[in-house]
Design a protein around this ligand. Sequence first.
Ligand SMILES: N[C@@H](CCC[C@H](N)C(=O)O)C(=O)O
Length: 318
Amino acid sequence: MDETLTVAADHNSTGDTAALSGLNFSKGHGTGNDFVLLADPNGTLAVTPEQVAALCDRHRGIGGDGLIRAVPSRLLAEGQELLTRSPDAEWFMDYRNGDGSVSEMCGNGVRVFVHFLIAEGLVELPAGESLTIGTRAGAKTIVRTAAGYAVDMGPWEFIFPGEATARAMDSLVSAAGLEVARPALSVSMGNPHTVVALAELAELDATQLFTAPHVDPTPPHGTNVEFVVPSEPLVHNGVGTITMRVHERGVGETQSCGTGACAAAVAIRHWAGQGAPDAWNVHVPGGVVGVKFFLGAEGHEHVELSGPAAIVASGTLS
Ligand SMILES: N[C@@H](CCC[C@H](N)C(=O)O)C(=O)O
């Protein structure tokens, strides 16, 4: 959490959004994963976790899976640190979950964030060109494509590396609607994920995600849980296809999760073994996102996430 927010929470721990009255906001989404967006070019906007939760409330607020504040990196302590390594990352994506908690990363959020920066006139990004932004999971480079945005999400990692490589699973997940606990693999995309493979779409439909699945052992900072069904056949024309539902840490079930789609492709590709493709389409309730694996300049395997972004409304908080 950045310093500004910590201080603000100490002094104002209410969800009273009257203090934010007059503030301009936008609402956007990426494959149905929706966000309240705030521009903070002067770095003066202190939004408490309670205010985030109030703004994201679908009945009494604007509604969203999370809130994204666009702030210059140089105006945040964590952004200044990042600028020493990535001087191009002028804008920082300050992402919070709908319950007010902070997450390291949001894959769909990055695309929507960049779309918002462009819509607000804060950056220019013609199709085919790239932009680097700051996030709590490091700098990310985004290319504007004909269909949306492609984000270099950086390298992935197993959260429990010994277990994952020795046994191809590291935990057991139970969820309402699934009769027995299922083996799962935990993958970090900067934020934590636990991926469970199910045999068929009927099982995915039967899984109930209105309460959080139980993960044992749980990664140290909690986890987002992806339930995934591989397509039959898994690979067509060199592209793997999977269908996914997700229960997000700090949110609940969402229509889509970009980092979750990346983690799901990592796990399914790992389970599929040698010869598994580098390109994947991940079907989520809110649409389809693309995931690709490629070798980064530093020699680590990176994950690219691609998909659309939309701004659907703008207004002023009353
Ligand atoms: N929906 C996001 C992930 C948002 C953060 C997540 N809930 C967490 O707590 O890590 C995505 O598109 O990646």
